[in-house]
Design a protein around this ligand. Structure first.
Ligand code: PRP
Ligand code: HPA
Ligand code: MG
Length: 178
């Protein structure tokens, strides 16, 4: 890891409020569906967000996880999305809500959404806590966005820099020092 500092970008209280709002929006959209609803979190970044968000959805949903990696220990995407762990549930005919921590190039979500639709999901929606819309390499329609953030490398609340800082209770901005 290069020498760096971290400053607060989104404090813990703002995240809490936003998670509550997102949970209410998702609940409103899914409560009249006749299909089973599966919230699919993308490991590892979404783990903390997913855990908090599902508790704000007052409707019976299943939880499942995929592991898809493209960053490794770097600050830049490798451009190659690899599925390391598939969902356990059969998604055919189910309504899927993908829960993601951050969208940057869009490569991860573009790939995962197509993948789940190809397995026969009835619908696939996307909920992300953070959106960095400035560096898109692939188009993705995002149904629920917590915060749009500037083009900075961020950590915390599940999001890592070389696997560290996922345990920060806020979103922090990483600045490299020389
Ligand atoms: O829009 P993109 O440019 O594809 O970037 C976003 C993805 O990158 C990060 O995952 P990463 O591959 O680092 O795995 P992690 O969740 O285990 O940190 C992040 O959690 C998103 O899943
Ligand atoms: O800003 C980020 N931080 C950590 N991981 C990431 N993956 C895409 N963007 C980011
Ligand atoms: Mg990562």
């Amino acid at each position: 890891m290069k020498k760096h500092k971290i400053e607060v970008m989104i404090p813990r209280e703002d995240i809490k409020r936003k998670v509550r709002e997102l949970g209410e929006l998702i609940e409103k959209d899914i409560k009249d569906s006749d299909n089973e609803v599966i919230c699919v979190g993308l490991l590892k970044g979404s783990a903390i967000f997913m855990a908090d968000l599902v508790q704000r959805i007052d409707h019976p949903v299943k939880m499942d996880f995929m592991s898809v990696s493209s960053y490794g220990s770097s600050m830049e995407t490798s451009g190659v999305v690899k599925i390391i762990k598939d969902v356990d549930e059969d998604v055919e005919g189910k309504d899927i809500v993908i829960i993601e921590d951050i969208i940057d190039s869009g490569l991860t979500l573009n790939y995962v959404k197509k993948f789940l639709l190809s397995k026969g999901a009835a619908s696939v929606k996307i909920c992300t806590l953070l959106d960095k819309p400035y560096r898109r390499k692939a188009e993705v329609f995002v149904d629920y966005v917590g915060f749009e953030i500037p083009n900075e490398f961020v950590v915390g609340y599940g999001i890592d820099y070389a696997e560290f800082y996922r345990n920060l209770p806020y979103i922090g901005k990483v600045t490299l020092l020389d």
